[in-house]
Design a binder for this molecule. Structure first.
Ligand SMILES: Nc1nc2c(ncn2[C@@H]2O[C@H](COP(=O)(O)OP(=O)(O)O)[C@@H](O)[C@H]2O)c(=O)[nH]1
Ligand SMILES: [Mg+2]
Length: 264
């Protein structure tokens, strides 16, 4: 857990420095700055997810080890909660409301947790189902947690108990992660493959920095990233992480419904 906390803190600091070094740039660079902020915040959240996975939060307790917290987690997991996380302004709350009301709402950006009180009916449209199949209803609860550092504990709890995690950006018993690249209706939106490549580069840079400062001491705990033997790549992860393109505004949410249908 300590390793996890350290990783989160270092990542946060890293993101902060990068953003600070970009700030003196002139106005035309605003687009790049906002992209950098989105990428770095998202990298921060993703590394929280990866380090939570690495520290065994999602591992099923097998046979000999059957401790109470694992049992509690299993009970909580049965609540079938879909966790939506990602950087501020990536459309988490818009997606949250659409899933439960089917309305495209212009959400007012505010930093708060949105959570359905209990299992809700979420209709999976026929268009997201194999040919000829009628729409169906899944009972799930949904939680939308802001990407702000202030909510790290809430996010950590959510990561432990979620049945599935959906990350908006602008896994055997492994929790599948869908990176939903939202706002594809906008002209300069990035393709899912571009977001994946850029994130891989950012995380690889962080891995190199951490590896370079690593102390060769067997008593020293080795973090998840620096323990990796080769270049970071999403496809090499044991956790299935999929990048898809969506638009809440255009109600282009087929990949989200396929994800929900495949996991609940
Ligand atoms: N163009 C466009 N705007 C969107 C889309 N989804 C959300 N938004 C807008 O993006 C802004 C941030 O959305 P919000 O759900 O509050 O983001 P959150 O901070 O991640 O919860 C709001 O103004 C939304 O109306 C989308 O698919 N396309
Ligand atoms: Mg929100």
């Amino acid at each position: 857990m300590e390793q996890y906390q350290n990783l989160v803190e270092v990542t946060h600091e890293y993101a902060g420095k990068h953003i600070a070094s970009l700030l003196p740039l002139d106005q035309p660079s605003q687009l790049y700055i906002s992209h950098a902020i989105i990428l770095l915040t998202f990298g921060f959240i993703l590394i929280q997810i990866l380090s939570a996975l690495a520290s065994g939060l999602f591992k099923k307790s097998k046979g000999s080890v059957n401790n109470t917290s694992a049992t509690t987690r299993k009970q909580k997991r049965q609540q079938s909660q879909l966790l939506i996380c990602g950087p501020t302004n990536s459309g988490k709350t818009a997606l949250f409301y659409h899933l439960i009301t089917k309305e495209v709402r212009t959400t007012v950006s505010s930093i708060e947790v949105n959570e359905t009180p209990k299992s809700m009916d979420v209709k999976i449209p026929a268009s997201a189902l194999p040919n000829g199949q009628d729409s169906l209803t899944k009972k799930i609860s949904v939680i939308d947690i802001p990407g702000h550092y202030h909510f790290r504990e809430k996010l950590q709890d959510g990561l432990e108990t979620a049945k599935a995690i959906l990350v908006t950006v602008d896994s055997k018993e492994k929790t599948p992660v869908l990176i939903a690249c939202n706002k594809q209706d906008l002209q300069f939106s990035k393709k899912a493959t571009t977001v994946e490549i850029e994130l891989e580069k950012e995380i690889e840079e962080l891995r190199k920095v951490k590896k370079a400062v690593q102390v060769d001491d067997i008593n020293e705990k080795v973090g998840y990233l620096e323990s990796m033997k080769k270049k970071f790549s999403f496809s090499e992860l044991q956790v299935p992480v999929k990048f898809v393109e969506i638009s809440v505004k255009n109600e282009d949410l087929g990949e989200v419904y396929k994800f929900i249908n495949g996991n609940f």
